[in-house]
Design a binder for this molecule. Sequence first.
Ligand code: 0X9
Ligand code: ZN
Length: 764
Amino acid sequence: MRRVNTAVLSLILPFAGLAASAQPADLNADQLAQPGVPNQQTTYEGHRVVQVVPESGPRLARVLELSHHVWSERVGRGPIDVQVDADAFAALQAEGFEFTVLIDDVADLVDRERAEILARSQRARRGGDAIDFTTYYPLADLIAFVNQLANERPDLVSLETIGQSVQGRDIITMTITAPGDASNRPQIALNSLIHAREWITAPATLRLARDLVRGYGTDPRRTNLLDQVQFVITPVVNPDGYVYSWSNERFWRKNRRNNGDGTFGVDLNRNWDINFGGNGADPFTNSDIYHGPGPFSEPETAVMRDKLTSLPDLRAHVDTHSFSQLILWSPGFIGQVVPRQDELEALGTDLAQTILETNGAAYTPQRAIDLYEASGTFSDWSGDALGILSYTFELRPAGGGLNSFAPSPDLILPTAQEINAAYLHLAEATAIPLRFVLPPVSSLQFDQPVSYEFSVLSAVADPSSAVSVFVRQGDGAFVETPAQSLGNDRYRVTIDPTVCGEDVEFYIDALTDTAQRVTYPIAGDALPVSIPVVNTSLVFNDSFATDLGWAVTNDGALTDGAWERAAPAGGGDRNDPANDFDGDGFAYLTDNADGNSDVDSGATTLTSPTLDASAGDATLTYAVWYSNTSSEDTLDVEVSGDNGATWTPADTVTSASTWRERSVDVAALVGQTSQLRVRFIAADGDPQSIVEAGIDAVRVTIDEPCPAADCPADVNGDGVASPADFNAWIAAFNANAPECDQNADGQCTPADFNAWIANFNAGC
Ligand code: 0X9
Ligand code: ZN
């Protein structure tokens, strides 16, 4: 219903000359911030956000002078959104400014966020963890979680207090890498919470730490990375500011330096020795972008500088901020020379794509200077001084609005996940010689050779030469199979899963053009990729190229958007898919039109024909597209074992603007049935939201037991073909026994001798 304006770019801009009022000293701030419970703050009492239209330059200057924070993304001609206290509001009225009130009560907005966090922290099931990812946590809990991970895996995590903040709080860096000698492993540096109010950034780095620590040894990708890379993570660069943003002033940005003139705080992202004091940084102590008395005047920046400079082989750095959904790289100011510009752009674009593929969130990759000029920033410094690939990430949400300052805790987990995907990609692309991208194959079909395609990518070397795959089934030796080069870093190998019930195991071995051998997984034959070989039959397979008898029913309230079988028409420009999933062109889609149309006000249901899934335990798989601008609704999948008389919930799909393949264990829900039906329900409960759904590639498969091994060369019937079977064949020949007939011509002749040899060589 509502059009989304994707072009809006809204960043909390700390503008030159704006007067952040002097703050009271935050005595006892730690005591005020009880774990899980944000405390009362009173500094926004009577504050409003108003949109003013100043008629002239001097009148604009007066508005800036009166305002506490600027909320709009650009200051200049035209309307400007500012936060004002009661006195400033009265002054605007008295001085005849034209304005409209956008937020009548900023304190109430902050109170509501606080109540939400309190309620959530009471509900949170942390399962023994100091934090989860369902709400925000105060400093003590973040640090407790850092310590917890280090205690959990002291072999992977080492902690270092790199220094202290202005107020004497520890600044802690976690180095995470595999056990063993790490001295040859390059480093990746990541940090968050340099700006106090950007709360959502800490869960991003802490989620990375958590998943690395808990994925080591079980998740091949993270295992592989930790075996080759050291992650140097500083989750809280500005602990004083963070504590203060909980205890006193929610939208505090800077550190808590006492500037000695009644004002507090230096902007830690203007304090670096790169174009220090230039455009986009302020000399005024009360400004939100006050650069401080000199480069590295603040201990928070000085200790980060020392830590990063001490790393012998640092490859990349991300300074994590919020909000606006941006991947930014140097130049950050006019005149900055950036030797690795092309690399920054190519990789930055890949990072945005990786994020998009995770949960469907669109982050814009761009040069920082194209956002606005800033001087003395962390990532401009790290890229320049250390010669590495450096980025500033601006996390969710995308645009302005009240929640940009205080994003819903619902955004924490998806944001942490997508940023993690980007951090991992960055590490792989910059710190390991080759990157292997394998298709997600969960099982192989017995006796059906498959062409397995994968990529070997490289940031530092071209794997044009030998790429081999070492494959085995069972306990035998790995057999080398050369991979066929398809060009563009793509390779193909054919795997023949001959033994049902035994995993196919393999590892890839590649030679870089600097003659370095690299295997995936890194441990090679000691910890190969392992894929189960199963006996599955396909009982239903619908790509929607033709009509196989699906029914569409709509509830009375639906005004628009019913399911229809069609080729996608929306062009992918408005949360709907640009293409179908499986490539035949067709899918079932809701409101398949280009432009402003989607599911509205009710539900539309797509129901399958009756399917026979009685031959064994059935699995239903389907590709689903479900995008919804409101988090209230879901796409619900239900199955029936009695031809639609009763329905059982099977899956709940939440919003993401991308195709995803999902599967449901039908047998666990409705048993083995000849009366299987499945239905997909797309609803729009919130009429303001945009709901776009698609279904494609619906399949029902049945797992069948492995057939008894057929092994003619195993003449003595001991389960294996071995040289002992040669004597057994001679005996069978002499006795004219049925096992003698190795070529299956119904006779026992000397020709069966060669057939036995062939059968033996074919293996069983
Ligand atoms: O202004 C900043 O420090 C960063 N944005 S934030 O809203 N998180 O404060 C971005 C700085 C990026 N660098 C340039 N734009 N030059
Ligand atoms: Zn920031």
